[in-house]
Design a protein. Structure first.
Length: 86
């Protein structure tokens, strides 16, 4: 006899912790972040998802959460390395 299979249940983003929720980043903002990273060679991001804007002058128009998410993606693909400084 075969066991019964349960359908996958999708979790709403309200139930997920803030670090797992999906963030949509426009191509324009992603391009700004990547251009700044390639020009400067490094980028410093405060791990504060609730900060309104990023702290560097070139990226003042970009929310800090978007910078964090782009760099998390690059780090997971081993394009950048992460160093903590506190």
């Amino acid at each position: 006899a075969q066991g019964s299979l349960r359908p996958l249940q999708r979790a709403s983003t309200q139930q997920l912790p803030p670090s797992v929720a999906m963030v949509l980043i426009s191509k324009k903002e992603r391009r700004q972040i990547l251009e700044h990273l390639f020009q400067e060679g490094c980028i410093c991001v405060k791990k504060d998802a609730r900060a309104c804007r990023h702290n560097e002058a070139a990226l003042e128009a970009v929310p800090n959460l978007h910078v964090m998410m782009v760099l998390r993606s690059l780090c997971s693909r081993a394009f950048v390395t992460e160093k903590f400084n506190w």
